[in-house]
Design a protein around this ligand. Structure first.
Ligand code: UDX
Length: 467
C-alpha cells in the first residue's frame, strides 16, 4: 500500500525533492537552489537521471544515498532515477525521459516515504512536465524552477498562447513590443521559436502544464527583471506568478557559506589549476572565453577564435571542450604556453571572481549571464542560438555591460575584446558591471529580495507539510 507523503514526524525537517533535466545549464541552478533551501533548514534530495549521477560522482565526487551533507541548517542528499541509459542523442534523450522518467520518478518518491523521508514538495524542471504530474499523482505539492530569464519566459508565454506575432527574420528593421519589455526585433527572439524549431515542441508542452505548479521559481532577481515580472499579471490568459530566487550562483565567497563548496555540480571535472594560473597574471588582464556546455563551434570558428585570442596580445584562459580540441591549430597549446591557457572545463565562477579576469567572451547562456553579472565582469557577447540571443541583447543593450561579437573572424575577436577591455566605453561598461554585481549580491544576501522569496517558499512548504 502507498505510504502517505505529506505526513512526517513532527520533529523531522520537511523534505523537498528536486528533479533535474540532464544538462549542465540545468544542474547548476537546480543544485544551487537545493543549497539555498537546505541552508534554511529543509532536507533536500537532488535527483536526475542515472547518467547524471554517474557524471557527478566522477567529476564532483558526489555520492548517492545516505544522509547527504550538511548545508547551513539543513542537508543536501542525492538520489538518482533507475532509468537505464538513453545515449547522447537529444531526440533519444527526450523520448527516454518521457517513457522511462515517470515510472522511475514515481518509484523514487515512494522510496522516500518507505524509508521515513516523506516528500513535502517536488521542484521540477519545466523540460520534464511529467515530473509534476507524477508528484501530483502521489499527492505531493509541486513547484517548478525556470532556469532561463523572465524575458524569455514572457516571449515563450506570448508565443505559446498566440498573443504575439514575431516579425520575419529577413526584416531586421521590424520591431515588436511586449509588456514590461523594451522594443525587440526577430534577432532577439529565442531561435527555438523561429523556423529553426529544435526544442519548440518541448517548450510548448512546458507552458501547457507550468500553471499547475503551486510556485514558479525563476533564476533571476527583482532588481534585474522586475518590470517584466510586474507586467505579466496584466496579460490574458494570466500567466503564473514568477518568484525570483536568483541569481543562483555559488555563495562561497560570503562568510559562513564555506560548506557550499563541498557540494558541486560539475559534470566534467574542472581544471582547478586555472586559479593558480590566474594568480600569476596581472590584475584585470585576462580574457576568459567559454561557450558553455552545449554550443559546438565549427572547426573554422575554433581556428579563427584561436588566432583572434592570440592577436589581442592579452593573457587568455579559454575553455575548449575535449570534443573540440582536435580543431585547434596544430601546436597551438604549446605555442601560447605561459600567456594563454586552454582547459577542457574551468571552475567558472572562481575564474569570474578572480581579480586577474578582465572580460568574459561568452555565448550568453543564462547561467553564464547571471554569473558574469554577479561577478561584475564586462562581456564580449557571442550568442549562438536559443535564449542566448535574448540574453546577449540584455547584457549589451539593457545592462550596458559589454559589446557584441558577430561571427568568429579573428579581427572581429580582437576588436571586440579591445572595445570591452580598453576602448573608449570600457570604463562605463566596467562601472555598469560593478553596479549590477552589487545589486545581484544584495538580492541573495540575508534579507535581500531573492533571499526573502526563498525564505517565504521554505516557510510555506514547512507550514503545509505540518498541515
Ligand atoms: C544551456 C543554455 O545555453 C542556457 O541558456 C540555458 O539556460 C541552460 O542550458 P549552457 O549552454 O551550458 O546552458 O550555458 P550556461 O547557462 O551558461 O551554463 C553553463 C554552466 O556551466 C555555468 O553555470 C558555468 O559556470 C558552468 N561552466 C561552464 C563551468 O563551470 N566551467 C566551464 O568551463 C564552462
Amino acid at each position: 500500500a502507498a505510504v502517505p507523503h505529506a505526513v512526517a514526524a513532527a520533529s523531522a525537517p520537511p523534505h523537498l525533492v528536486l528533479i533535474c533535466f540532464p544538462g549542465q545549464g540545468h544542474v547548476n541552478p537546480m543544485l544551487r537552489l537545493a543549497k539555498r533551501v537546505a541552508a534554511k533548514g529543509l532536507l533536500v534530495t537532488f535527483s536526475s537521471l542515472a547518467s547524471v549521477g554517474a557524471r557527478l560522482a566522477a567529476a564532483a565526487g558526489v555520492s548517492a544515498g545516505g544522509d547527504g551533507v550538511p548545508v547551513g541548517r539543513g542537508r543536501v542528499r542525492f538520489e538518482f532515477l533507475e532509468d537505464g541509459d538513453p545515449g547522447p542523442d537529444l531526440d533519444d534523450l527526450m523520448r527516454h525521459l518521457d517513457t522511462a522518467g515517470p515510472p522511475a520518478f514515481a518509484a523514487l518518491l515512494r522510496r522516500q516515504a518507505e524509508e521515513g523521508r516523506p516528500v513535502a514538495c517536488v521542484v521540477a524542471n519545466p523540460f520534464m512536465p511529467w515530473a509534476s504530474d507524477v508528484a501530483a499523482g502521489e499527492g505531493i505539492l509541486t513547484a517548478v524552477l525556470w532556469v532561463q530569464s523572465c524575458t524569455v519566459f514572457s516571449l515563450y508565454y506570448h508565443h505559446v498562447h498566440g498573443l504575439v506575432e514575431f516579425p520575419p527574420e529577413d526584416d531586421p528593421e521590424a520591431r515588436f513590443r511586449l509588456p514590461g519589455l523594451p522594443e525587440m526585433s526577430a534577432a532577439d527572439v529565442p531561435s527555438f521559436l523561429l523556423p529553426f524549431k529544435l526544442l519548440a515542441d518541448a517548450i510548448i508542452t512546458q507552458f501547457r502544464t507550468i500553471g499547475r505548479a503551486s510556485w514558479v521559481l525563476v533564476n533571476s532577481f527583482a532588481e534585474l527583471e522586475g518590470d517584466v515580472v510586474a507586467a505579466l499579471p496584466g496579460v490574458t490568459p494570466r500567466p503564473p506568478e514568477l518568484i525570483p530566487v536568483g541569481p543562483l550562483i555559488e555563495l562561497q565567497q560570503q562568510a559562513g557559506q564555506e560548506e557550499e563548496d563541498a557540494v558541486r555540480g560539475d559534470l566534467i571535472k574542472a581544471a582547478d589549476d586555472c586559479v593558480e594560473w590566474l594568480d600569476a597574471q596581472p590584475p584585470r588582464s585576462v580574457v576568459y572565453a567559454s561557450v558553455g556546455s552545449v554550443v559546438l563551434l565549427s572547426p573554422g570558428e575554433v581556428a579563427e577564435m584561436a588566432h583572434g585570442l592570440v592577436s589581442t596580445g592579452r593573457p587568455f584562459l579559454w575553455v575548449v571542450r575535449l570534443d573540440t580540441q582536435p580543431h585547434l591549430p596544430a601546436g597551438f597549446v604549446e605555442s601560447v604556453s605561459g600567456r594563454g591557457a586552454v582547459v577542457a572545463w574551468s571552475p567558472q565562477e572562481r575564474v569570474l571572481a578572480h581579480p586577474s579576469t578582465a572580460c568574459f567572451l561568452t555565448h550568453c547562456g543564462w547561467n553564464s549571464t547571471l554569473e558574469t553579472v554577479a561577478a561584475g565582469v564586462p562581456v564580449v557577447a557571442f550568442p549562438q542560438w536559443g535564449d542566448q540571443c535574448t540574453d546577449a541583447r540584455f547584457l549589451v543593450e539593457e545592462l550596458g555591460m559589454g559589446v557584441r561579437l558577430r561571427g568568429a573572424r579573428r579581427e572581429a575577436v580582437r576588436e571586440a575584446v579591445e572595445a570591452a577591455v580598453a576602448g573608449p566605453r570600457a570604463g562605463e561598461m566596467l562601472a555598469s558591471a560593478r553596479r549590477w554585481s552589487a545589486a545581484a549580491r544584495a538580492a541573495v544576501a540575508p534579507g535581500g529580495s531573492s533571499d526573502a522569496h526563498v525564505q517565504a517558499f521554505v516557510d510555506e512548504v514547512a507550514r503545509r507539510a505540518r498541515g
